[in-house]
Design a protein around this ligand. Sequence first.
Ligand code: FES
Ligand code: MG
Length: 556
Amino acid sequence: MIYRSWMRNQGFGPDVFDGRPVIGIASTWSELAPCNAHLDRVADAVKRGVWQAGGFPLVFPVMATGETLLRPTAMFYRNLLALQAEELIRANPLDGVVLLSGCDKTTPGLLMGAASVDLPAIMVTGGPMLSGKFRGQDVGSGTHVWKFEEELKAGRMTQAEAFEAEGCMARSNGHCMTMGTASTMACVAEALGMQLPGSATWPAVDMRRYETAQEAGRRIVTMVEEDLRPSAIMTRAAFENAIRANAAIGGSTNAIIHLLAIAGRLGVELSLDDFDELARPVPTVVDLMPSGRFLMEDFCYAGGLPVVLRDLAEEGLLDGDALTVTGRSMGANVASAQCWNREVIRPMSEPLQPAGSGTAVLRGNLAPGGAVVKQSAASPGLLQHTGRAVVFDTPEAYHAVCDDPDLDIAADDVIVIRGSGPRGYPGMPEVSNVPIPTKLLQAGVTDMVRVCDGRMSGTGYGTVVLHVTPESAIGGPLALVRTGDTVTLDVPARTITLDVDDDELARRREAWKPAEAVHGSGYGWLYTQHVLQADQGADFDFLVGSRGAAVPRESH
Ligand code: FES
Ligand code: MG
C-alpha cells in the first residue's frame, strides 16, 4: 500500500498497479543544458508510446551535463551522471528504462549507467538543431563560433552583427548540428543498436523525432516482455560496428574515450588499438562540418545513418548479425535504407577521405599507454615531423604568453601542453588544440604540431596529438619533457617519440614531483582519487563492470 498510495497522489487510478511493466524515462532535461532543454517534450512522446503498449511510464531527472556552461569541463561530470543514472535505475522499482540524452556527455553517461544495471533499455537522443543560416550561408555550431569570434576580434564584424550571427547559429532546440561529439555519440548509440534506426539524425524539432520517441516508448514495453537487455545488444560486434561507423561519419575523437568506458561497464574486451585497426579499412563518407561542408539536417534528408551502415555492410565492414533494440539484427534494420543525396553521403568508392586517414593511435616513449591524432583534421605536411619541444605545464601558462611578440618559438617547433589529463586538470578538458602563437599566425603559419594529455572538441582541428597516456600529472613521460628536447611524430609509423635516452629520463623521473592536489575534499577529491586514464575510458575505477539490477534490501 505504501508504494501505491503515494503514487496515487499524482492522479493515477488503482488499475495501473496491475503488474504492467513500469517504465522509467531517464531525462537529462535542463535549462542549464540548452541542447537538452526540449527533452520534456520528447519525454511526453515516449510516455504516449508506453501507455499505448500497456506500460506505466514515469519520468525522472538525471543530471544534465551541458558542454557550454559547466566548469571546469562537462567531462568532469560524465561519471557522476553515469553513477546517478545507474543508482536511480536500480533503486526505483522499474522494469525497463528509456534514456533521453542530447549534449555530448549525456549520451555516453546514460549508456554507462544503464549498462551497469542491465535492465532492458532503449535510447532516444534529442536530435540536432536545424542548420544555422546566416546571410544566405550555412553556419555550424562550434565550427563557426570560433570563426565569428576571430572576425569580431579582427574588426571585420561589428558587435551587432555578431549578436545576429550567434542567434542564427542556434535557431531551434537541439544539440550541435555539426559532426561534433553530440552528433557523433547519437550516431554511435544507433550503430551500437541502442536506438531505433534513423533516430540519430532527425532534427530536434522534426515531427519524426517525436514519432520515433513514441515508437521507442512502445518498443521498451515489448523489450521488457522479451527481456532484451543492454548486455545482449552491446556486444563486441556492436562496438566494432560503432567504431567503423564513427570512422565513416568522420566522428569525434571523444567517441574513443566514451566507447572504452561503456565497454568497460559491460566487460567487453576493447582496447585503444582496436580503434586504429578496425577503422583502417573504412573511408570517411559523410561530408559534414568540421571536416566537410554539410550539417546534420542535410545528413538526415540524405537518408541518415542507416545508409552509412548499409553501405558499410555491402563492403563487408559491418557485422549484420548484431542484435538491436528493434529485436532484429542490424543488417535487417538497414537493408532497405535509401540514399537521397550522394553529395552528403558519398559512395564508398568516392569518399571524402580515403580509408586509413581517420583517427590514428600512436605509441612510443612519449606515450607508452597510447595517444591519438585525428588525421582528417591535421595538416598532411605535419604528419611526419621532427621539432624542438616548447613546453608549458598548463594550458593557462601557454595562453599567458601566446600573444607575446618576443616568445621564443618557431613554426617547426612542437608545442607541448601538459597538466590537462583526467587527473591533472582535473577532468580532461578540450584544451589541446591551443591557438598558434600570434606572431607566427601573423607570419602566415596556420598549423603546428601540438602534443597534450587533454582532449579536443569534436569541432576542432589541427595537427594535435591528444589523450597522451599516462598523463603528466601521474608522472607519465610527458611530465619529463623539457624545452629544447626533440620530439618526432610519425603518423604513418604510428609513433610519437621523445629523443632523450632512458638514463636521462630516469634521472629526470627521480627529480620529478607531482603538483599539489587541487581538491582535498568533495566530488573533486573523489574524481582525482578514482579516475582512470584515457586508454581505459577515464571512468572511475570503482564503477567499471556491471552490478546488475538486484537490490539487496527493501525500504520498508
Ligand atoms: Fe551541447 Fe554542442 S554544446 S551538443
Ligand atoms: Mg563538444
